[in-house]
Each structure stands twice: as C-alpha cells, then as structure tokens.
Ligand binder design. Sequence first.
Ligand SMILES: [Mg+2]
Length: 217
Amino acid sequence: MIKYVLFDLDNTLYSARHGLEDSVGKRIVTFVSHYLNIPPEEAMRERKKWITRYSTTLEWLVAEKGLTDIEGYYKTIHPEGEADFLPPDPHLRSFLQSLPIPCAILTNSPREHADRVLRRLGVEDLFTRVFDIRWNRFKGKPAPEVFRRVLDALGTAPDTTLFVDDIPRFVEGYQDLGGKGALLDEHDAYPDFPHRRIRSLREITGLLHSWNAPPAP
Ligand SMILES: [Mg+2]
C-alpha cells in the first residue's frame, strides 16, 4: 500500500525542455572554472569525473577542493529570478490535487530554489514538506541516510512511499533500500533501466491503482 509520494523537484515537476536545470548546470561549471582557475571545458570534465562519487558538485568542492563559502556558492548558482521564465502549470496542479495520498519533495537544491520553482509552477501549497539540501546537512540523494531521514520525518517507510526522480542512480539508491521508485524518463533515454520507468507524471495514478488495489477475492 503506497501512502506517500516523494517527488524530486528539477526536471521532474517541470519538463527538462524548459532548460532551467541546464542553466543551473552552466552556472555551476562557470563557478568551478573560476574557483579552480581552469578553463570551462576542463571544469566540465572534472565535474563529470567526480560527480558520481558525490551527491552534488558542492559536496565534491567541499570534500576535495577546500571550498568553505557554501552560501556564496548557492548565491552564484541560484540567483534571484532564476526561475522567472518557468510557466505556471495548471495541469500539474490539478494532477497533484487528484492524487489520493499526500506528497512531499526531496531535492538536492537549496530551499530558496525550490520555493521559486514551486511558486512559478503554482503548486507551492500542495506539498506537506520540502526537504532541501540544507535540511539534509548538505548531503544529497542517493545517500541512504538522506532517504531514511526524510522517511522518518514523514513517518513513513520505503515500501509504502513512492519516490519519483529523473536521475537513474537516485531511483536505484532508493530501490536498494527496499523502496518503491519510479524513474521519470521523459525522453525515453534509459530504456534499459531495471526498475519502474514512466514517461509522464500522469502515469503515477495508474501505479497507485495497481499497487493499492485490494487483492482479488
Ligand atoms: Mg531532477
């Protein structure tokens, strides 16, 4: 029985085609390039090389490169107005309202970014909790302790909480805990993903029906 839906934020609640997360990625590369004093192409390569070992670029820079000004980092990569071009999404709003169970958000971004995105989409009042990277003490998905801490706070468990994210290794991390995960694969980029894969958030309704249907008599 699924009792909660835990959503990722970026490229999950809004489409990747809006380019919001790409813009964040470009600002991160520029930051790394300036901070390490290397050309952007090298910054991009370095980030790619290290990112799978850490949950976020910030975690890598703090652990390996001596970064201490965490708030300065966030101010640079998440400037005010960063989400202003994101259109409101009344269909997302009515879809979320149609779900029969409560919803929360788990994001590796800071709260101010999440608030901007949720306000722009017009869904900021539809989540019981928003768990951001500060709440998680700068440790992000897919670390098991992050999922556990969030589920504890919600008073729920992995097998009764559906987690939806657009990053395969995050969904896999959740599955490894015995959780029920679904990969949002908008562009059919991961046909070999070994767990549940959906093309649209609307498919969640069917998932909940199949998992929550009473057993046949
Ligand atoms: Mg995402």
